[in-house]
Design a protein around this ligand. Structure first.
Ligand code: GLU
Ligand code: MG
Length: 463
């Protein structure tokens, strides 16, 4: 997006506003995702959309140092009561919300008041990294999986006597076994309405299924470019939340909903493209990848301990990151290995475009724009270094006892790697790097005395 004021955008927005008004849409939610992984919003009446497109909507930068409980910390460049930013809707993504009648949504880009791009804009960061890849002729296709747990809304808030009581009181919706049809029958209208709302919003769903834990479901969507994929996971989550509310249900995307049970992941599937071809296929590298494809994945694999601070940034996420839960806690890769942090999916031989890699050690407390950008930066670094992959790993390293490094088992350890990562500091830029780090450190300090049950309870209400 160029510097404001955006005259052309304003004239497009006027047309869009007329279309929305004719559809009885009265409010447009402009969202961005902060460094705590929370989707924050400023909404405008439809009649004000053109003004917002031309001049932006004001919002304090302090939200970039908000923790998930809405307390604020400070950082080297961002913090305190001063200053204001302008939020600009991306009209290319303007979507009428099927599950929120009368509402539309657009993700926002953030600029300084003088029109300069805001250095700590997470969406801008994802775009910057995608452009960095494009300068080498590389394109990325990305798609997030969304896992969530559905409970009956009355129990969702938890019991009055603290987290233990809340756990006892919780009643999962959609009873029945893991991956069982029973659960789809029990919540037939709900699952249909999720699919219908997403279809109405032109989100291409690949599949939906009940997951392993009680009340758990998963949906996956078709790949798109990195920024669009991050936009889409925001839209998918908020749509699921809204459909759930209509059904008297509560959806949580928190990495852990019940301590000890399999949690919610937000796995990222990606493939690397050049001249329309998939670089994970048709080469002389491991399992038929090209050497560039291999180097990209090797760069991601190398950076995983530091990346984990971005992909699993909440202290409670480390309760999910346990071996033998398919959460990917080992720093290794393997074909179709669901215990490897990096699962390689060769795809059918006759479908070369299908080959992709899945990064599993990601959860929904992560900002999807930061994840996309950080992963691209790590992959491009692997290409620069001509990194090669170690031998693939099969089986669960926790069972086979293969000598495979374990990823950081807690946020403090991941943060040590993050602090030592010149790669991520350079890619994010100082303002965003420092603000993100301050938020992670603040969250860790806030929750350091919480036991597992209290950590899980804290999380469930916020994501
Ligand atoms: N729920 C698992 C996780 O926490 C993932 C299950 C799957 O592989 O889809 O990441
Ligand atoms: Mg799953």
């Amino acid at each position: 997006m160029d510097a404001p004021p955006h005259e052309a955008a304003a004239s497009a927005a006027r047309q869009e506003a007329a279309r929305l008004t004719a559809m009885d849409v009265h409010g447009v939610a402009l969202t961005y995702v902060d460094n705590a992984g929370i989707t924050r919003v400023k909404a405008v009446p439809t009649a004000r959309l053109a003004h917002a497109a031309q001049w932006g909507v004001g919002m304090s930068p302090v939200f970039d140092v908000y923790l998930s409980d809405d307390s604020a910390v400070t950082s080297a460049h961002i913090g305190g009561p001063d200053g204001d930013l302008r939020l600009f809707p991306d009209l290319g993504r303007l979507t009428v919300l099927a599950a929120q009648p009368g509402w539309a949504w657009a993700p926002a880009d953030r600029f300084e008041q003088d029109g300069a791009p805001y250095a700590a804009c997470q969406r801008g960061f994802a775009r910057r990294m995608a452009e960095r890849a494009a300068r080498s002729g590389l394109g990325l296709r990305m798609g997030y999986e969304t896992e969530w747990v559905v409970t009956h809304a009355a129990e969702a808030g938890g019991g009055a006597d603290g987290p233990q009581d809340a756990a006892r009181a919780r009643r999962y919706a959609g009873p029945g076994p893991a991956y069982g049809m029973t659960r789809v029958i029990g919540l037939s209208g709900y699952v249909r309405d999720v699919l219908k709302a997403l279809a109405d919003q032109d989100v291409e769903v690949l599949q939906i299924h009940p997951e392993y834990s009680p009340g758990q479901f998963e949906i996956s969507t078709a790949p798109s470019d990195p920024v669009a994929a991050a936009d889409e996971v925001v839209l998918v989550r908020e749509t699921i939340r809204a459909v759930s509310a209509h059904h008297g249900l509560h959806a949580t995307f928190a990495p852990v909903v019940e301590h000890g049970a399999v949690g919610n992941g937000a796995h990222l599937h990606l493939s690397l493209r050049k001249d329309g071809g998939n670089l994970f296929r048709g080469g002389d590298g491991p399992l038929g990848m090209t050497r560039t494809g291999e180097a990209f994945l090797a760069g991601v694999l190398r950076a995983l301990p530091a990346l984990l601070a971005v992909t699993s940034p909440h202290p409670a996420g480390y309760l999910r990151l346990a071996p033998s839960m398919w959460a990917g806690v080992f720093q290794c890769w393997g074909p179709e290995n669901r215990e490897a942090a990096l699962r390689f999916i060769p795809g059918p031989a006759r479908e070369p475009q299908a080959a992709n890699a899945e990064i599993k050690c990601i959860d929904a407390t992560a900002n999807p724009y930061l994840v996309a950008g950080a992963v691209i930066a790590a992959g491009l670094d692997g290409i620069d270094r001509k990194d090669t992959l170690p031998p693939p790993v099969s089986g669960d390293p926790a069972v086979t006892r293969a000598a495979v490094p374990r990823l950081p088992a807690g946020l403090p350890e991941a943060l040590e790697h993050f602090r030592g990562s010149a790669l991520l500091r350079e890619a994010l830029g100082d303002a965003l790097y420092e603000a993100f780090l301050a938020v992670r450190e603040g969250e860790q300090a806030r929750l350091r005395h919480h036991g597992p049950e209290a950590l899980v309870a804290d999380l469930r209400h916020h994501y």
